[in-house]
Write a protein that binds this ligand. Structure first.
Ligand SMILES: [Ca+2]
Length: 321
């Protein structure tokens, strides 16, 4: 706004001379700044425009500047420098976006109470593909799970853990010294999924889930499904996605984390049991409809080498322990 006013004022002052010079204007644009002092001094001598021409010029001055006209070069340069600056050496409490290369970014949210960064989204197929080009999240009865922005699935706990170790080896320079990429512990997951309060579900205490959260709802329950499959689903809930949805469209919570409820189950770092046979899973998936399973406190588990179309993960950046 300030820039626009400045430009209009400057143009008004110059408008007298401009008519005569209009043919030359483009060629001379470089000289304008240098001449502006002179122009001001001469402005008293100029013949004033008639009202209508002045109005037209005033209207023209309100039009967007041509692309090549760089009125404030210093400011423009500062903006572009900021946009391309790498997210190197972030400090705790600051934003963290890890650059995986080729424009692939892994954004994190600083979670103060946990003193760590938590992945803003579940890891996507594209982000996982940087580590394992051969991985495919397949499809589910013909419905695609392998799109670039869907959460990666068909990954075991071992796969997820290896991904985190690869991140630390490869991109450790983009996070503070002494921090690593890893899977969240269950207690950490519980805290960030519930925004550290005592809610029953990731979104609060009401039922059914809001349509922004991806569970098994009416979206997949066509007439054929109702008549022949008799499989349960959440009445009054329609998120529009029959299988996994793009991670950015999977409901965000008040702490800015997406998909903690639904979309994909998320591997946690911990063993589920004292015997250390299975690993913990949290958050339920696109294929769940049971209130007790969807509850934010619910614990589930699977063998560390188990893979299926419902299980994915998210990454945290935390101090090494
Ligand atoms: Ca999830």
């Amino acid at each position: 706004m300030v820039m626009a006013v400045y430009v209009i004022r400057k143009r008004k002052a110059e408008s007298g001379k401009r008519k005569a010079e209009s043919g030359k204007r483009k060629a001379e644009s470089g000289k304008r700044k240098a001449e502006s002092g002179k122009r001001k001094a001469e402005s008293g001598k100029m013949k004033p425009f008639s009202g209508i021409v002045g109005l037209i010029l005033l209207m023209a001055s309100a039009l967007p500047l041509p692309a090549q006209t760089n009125v404030f070069p210093a400011a423009a340069q500062a903006r572009s420098a900021k946009a391309v600056a790498p997210a190197a050496a972030p400090r705790p409490g600051w934003a963290l976006v890890v650059d995986l290369g080729d424009g692939e970014m892994l954004p994190f949210v600083w979670i103060g109470p946990l003193k760590m960064w938590v992945g803003k989204f579940e890891v996507t197929n594209d982000q996982y593909g940087r580590f394992d080009m051969g991985h495919a999240s397949k499809d589910y009865y013909g419905r695609l799970l392998n799109a670039s922005d869907q959460p990666v699935v068909w990954v075991s706990w071992e796969d997820a853990n290896n991904y985190c170790e690869w991140l630390t080896r490869t991109f450790g320079g983009q996070i503070p010294r002494g921090y690593i990429f890893r899977l969240p512990r269950e207690q950490e997951w519980q805290a960030f999924a519930a925004c550290n309060d005592r809610r029953r579900y990731p979104w609060g205490n009401t039922w059914p889930p809001p349509d922004t959260c991806n569970y098994r709802g009416e979206e997949g329950a066509g007439l054929f499904y109702r008549l022949f499959q008799h499989e349960p689903y959440i009445g009054g809930h329609n998120d529009g996605f029959i299988v996994t949805c793009p991670v950015k469209q999977s409901g965000g919570n008040a702490w800015g984390l997406f998909g903690v409820g639904g979309n994909a189950w998320e591997w946690c770092r911990d063993w589920f049991d004292d015997q250390q046979i299975t690993r913990a899973l949290r958050g339920a998936s696109w294929n769940n409809y049971e209130p007790d399973i969807i509850a934010v406190t619910n614990r589930s588990d699977a063998y560390p080498l188990r893979r299926n179309p419902m299980i994915g993960f998210r990454v945290v950046v935390a101090p090494e322990d």
